[in-house]
Ligand binder design. Structure first.
Ligand SMILES: C[S@@+](CC[C@H](N)C(=O)[O-])C[C@H]1O[C@@H](n2cnc3c(N)ncnc32)[C@H](O)[C@@H]1O
Length: 196
């Protein structure tokens, strides 16, 4: 059977609509101090349910399959201005990356476009310490992912992966949906740290 990546999968389906968009954008606005004076960029914004409701002065975003925003992959934000955004965030996106090398490049790009004193936030990241609890909870059989070309195995992350990029605050995600408790949020409060 042909193996596909999540990137191919997401390119082939209708752009994602977030059923919990209002609650999540309210949470992000408060958590990231977003108001009308802030430039904000969302990586993997889907149909824009979060970024459109977040109340930023400049609200930009990219996704692999949406023409309304920049059609870009997270690991190469071509032509997106460096050092321009006060907040750069991705929410519920990193699990769809092909591997950790790709994820590292995506983080580098987030730091590149973020101002030196800005915030980089990566939300709703599946926690590798809770991976088997997650599969027990959902009733999905981990062995079946091998044969399932439509929905590949999502990436689960350790918290130490994110600490490699700089000091950050890592907390469990809020309870927005049934599986939120298997995920965490990462906040880097100083965008300068990772810049080359
Ligand atoms: C679960 S949706 C979340 C969308 C949005 N962040 C939200 O919470 O409403 C995941 C999104 O990530 C996008 N995506 C997946 N892989 C991506 C990649 N490599 N680069 C950019 N976007 C990606 C998908 O197209 C999809 O819109």
């Amino acid at each position: 059977m042909d193996k596909r990546s999540f990137i191919d999968y997401y390119k082939s389906v209708v752009p994602f609509r977030n059923p919990n968009a209002i609650a999540i954008s309210d949470f992000l606005r408060f958590e990231l101090g977003i108001d009308g004076t802030k430039n904000v960029f969302e990586v993997g914004c889907g149909i824009g349910d979060l970024i459109k409701n977040i109340g930023a002065g400049v609200a930009d975003g990219c996704d692999v399959n949406n023409d309304k925003f920049l059609k870009l992959e997270a690991n190469y934000l071509k032509d997106v201005k460096s050092d321009f955004y006060d907040v750069v965030f991705a929410y519920s996106v990193f699990q769809y990356f092909p591997d950790f090398c790709y994820a590292s490049k995506a983080i580098d790009e987030m730091f590149r476009i973020c101002k030196d004193d800005g915030i980089v936030f990566i939300g709703d990241v599946p926690d590798i310490d809770l991976m088997f609890d997650f599969f027990d909870f959902t009733g999905r059989d981990i062995k079946k992912f091998d044969n399932d070309s439509r929905r590949p195995m999502p990436l689960f992350y350790s918290k130490s992966f994110f600490r490699r990029f700089g000091s950050c605050i890592i907390v469990n995600n809020k309870n927005f949906c049934n599986d939120s408790r298997f995920r965490f949020n990462v906040k880097y409060v100083n965008g300068r740290y990772r810049k080359k």
